[in-house]
Design a protein around this ligand. Structure first.
Ligand code: ADP
Length: 393
């Protein structure tokens, strides 16, 4: 069975085509700058990658091209062979603790949740609607970023604010990157050879989050009501004292939207280093002795270590820690600094093993009290698995 895994953003559309249940990747790629000038797409197939400049006025055009490419490259002989399409949907609220086959009711709820995920859910929903039109015979499945975190207990997901904020308006911790944390915890279970384990998964990309997972279920996670909470990120602040907001509004004359933009787009690595939101640029700055790059990295490591340490206590110990995402999979220096800062837990970095990028490997020594791993995450295969499982006859 051929399954497409789709991640539609407001101006991009990523896709991977699988043969299921073999989980064989047949094609993958991304359409970029949809609805903007200079749009283009890249496709990877049979180990080759190519890029095409093309006018992409909307997502429908991108999907039309994608379907043409699938035929052209003989991924399928007829579009009828694509039986199901899985869509990443960022917010599933409290309604969804698992993936679901898309119905009119599901679409209505995704739409209602746009209220708390205005940057993501509308684009995700648009992706679903385009595929409904273009592949009317195929089933669509929604795979929610928040779903995996729905196992958190009330005392983990509530904020200590007036209770009615939760009951009336849904103000609570939802957590994000759930599909990645689930994948990572399943990989760790399989590496450890048992399901009953306590693990800490660190998804460190441009956005970053850390989860405490017991027996495959999320106990706590660092992102909150929105993805701006938790650790320092590329351009997001992570946790701050909320009283800063009215204080800076008064001082600068900025309005609330502008302050929120500062906290989402001008903070984190970018805000502190003044150089870039990209950890590679910050690393270059560090090597050149730029004090603000050194400071940004030090604050980044501190927040990660604080979350890992608190989750160690929360879980009552930890059987394994893993690192994923662009930084977790590639930044040798960041992983080294984190493991060194965790020495108090008996963690020992294996410097040779850690000297790697983008592959699954144990980066702690054999006598480290907690084994630590790099695990390249794979959200797409999780989308394809759920889509297959929910739609196979
Ligand atoms: P997103 O949250 O947008 O999915 P990614 O998971 O792609 O982000 O991660 C992007 C981050 O990964 C950037 O900060 C980038 O600098 C970092 N990164 C990617 N490759 C490397 C590398 N080779 N060395 C260090 N950092 C890297």
């Amino acid at each position: 069975m051929i399954v497409l895994a789709i991640n539609a953003g407001s101006s991009s559309l990523k896709f991977t085509g699988y043969r299921m249940p073999e989980e064989e990747v047949l094609i993958s790629g991304v359409f970029q700058r949809i609805g903007i000038d200079n749009s283009f797409y890249t496709i990877k197939i049979n180990g080759e990658k190519f890029e095409e400049d093309v006018d992409l006025p909307d997502h429908k055009k991108a999907v039309e091209i994608l379907l043409d490419e699938l035929i052209k490259h003989k991924v399928v002989n007829s579009l009828d062979e694509i039986e199901a399409v899985g869509h990443r949907v960022v917010h599933g609220g409290e309604k969804y603790s698992d993936s679901v086959v898309v119905t009119e009711d599901v679409k209505k709820i995704i739409d209602e949740l746009s209220d708390i995920a205005p940057l993501h859910n509308p684009a995700n929903l648009m992706g679903i609607e385009v595929f409904e039109k273009m592949l009317p015979h195929a089933k669509n499945v929604a795979v929610f970023d928040t779903a995996f975190h729905q196992t958190m207990a009330t005392d983990a997901y509530l904020y200590a604010v007036p209770y009615e904020w939760y009951t009336n308006y849904g103000v609570r911790k939802y957590g994000f990157h759930g599909t990645s944390h689930k994948y990572l915890s399943q990989r760790l279970s399989s590496i450890l050879g048992r399901d009953d384990c306590k693990v800490i998964t660190c998804h460190l990309g441009n956005g970053g989050s850390i989860s405490a997972i017991k027996d495959g279920k999320c106990v706590d996670t660092s992102m909150g009501f929105t993805p701006n909470a938790g650790i320092v990120m590329g351009s997001r602040s992570g946790d701050i004292d909320v009283s800063i907001i009215p204080y800076v509004m008064k001082k600068t004359g900025e309005n609330l939207d502008e302050i929120m933009n500062d906290l989402n787009k001008k903070s984190g690595f970018l805000g502190i280093s003044g150089v870039s939101s990209d950890s590679r640029d910050v690393e270059i700055g560090i090597n050149a002795g730029n004090p603000r790059c050194i400071l940004a990295q030090s604050m980044y490591i501190n927040t990660i270590v604080q979350y890992i340490a608190s989750y160690y206590a929360l879980l009552g110990g930890c059987d394994a820690i893993c690192f994923a995402g662009g930084i977790g999979e590639n930044s040798i220096n960041t992983r080294k600094e984190i493991l060194e800062a965790l020495e108090v837990f008996g963690i020992k970095c294996d410097y040779d093993a850690n000297n790697c990028r983008g592959k699954e490997v144990m980066i702690s020594t054999k006598d480290s009290k907690i084994p630590c791993y790099v695990i390249p995450t794979d959200e797409e295969v999780m989308i394809a698995r759920d889509t297959y499982n929910l739609t196979v006859n």
